[in-house]
Design a protein around this ligand. Structure first.
Ligand code: THU
Length: 162
């Protein structure tokens, strides 16, 4: 038996320490979350995807009275990006949240299903996706790859041998 450890790398920064284009991407998430349809949770999430071609795709969570039918902001944005620009790589995804009922004091951390979708696109494009997880007090947790959020990920390499 042998215990092993994995090292994950993150950076914590203040919003104003980011380069302007990343601050702008986070500004997009604020607009995106204002379009959330979240009457059941009151938890508004905005996700903004920066593509290699410079385009920004915004998504927000979309809920449903039949709860599992809704979708997180991240997957709304990622699937839209994948559908509109299937051949364009995703450079960065920024995520912010706001609650109608309480003060959020930490960064929003994407759910497992959204991490899995990010992992798929990262593997598909063969290029890391950078993540900017933003908190309402303007702190940002930065990861340079989905691998840092989803170690031991399942991907197509495990599904079959090409
Ligand atoms: N949600 C997101 O959109 N992204 C996340 O990263 C976490 C959760 C949504 C799903 C649901 O509409 C609401 O937030 C509460 O879970």
């Amino acid at each position: 038996m042998k215990e092993e450890k994995i090292e994950l790398t993150f950076t914590r920064a203040k919003l104003e320490e980011l380069i302007q284009s990343e601050q702008d991407l986070i500004a997009n998430t604020q607009h995106a979350l204002s379009n959330a349809y979240a009457p059941y949770s009151g938890f508004l999430v905005g996700a903004s995807v920066l593509l290699e071609n410079g385009e920004i795709i915004n998504g927000s969570n979309q809920e449903n009275a039949a709860y599992p039918s809704g979708l997180c902001a991240e997957r709304v944005a990622l699937f839209y990006a994948g559908a509109k620009y299937p051949e364009v790589a995703i450079k960065t995804i920024a995520i912010s949240a706001k609650s109608k009922t309480f003060e959020i004091d930490d960064v929003v951390s994407p759910c497992g299903a959204c991490r899995q979708v990010m992992a798929e696109y990262q593997q598909k494009q063969g290029q890391d996706i950078r993540l900017l997880l933003h908190s309402p007090n303007d702190e940002v947790l930065i990861a340079n790859s989905v691998t840092d959020l989803l170690p031991f990920m399942f991907n197509s390499e495990k599904l079959r041998k090409f």
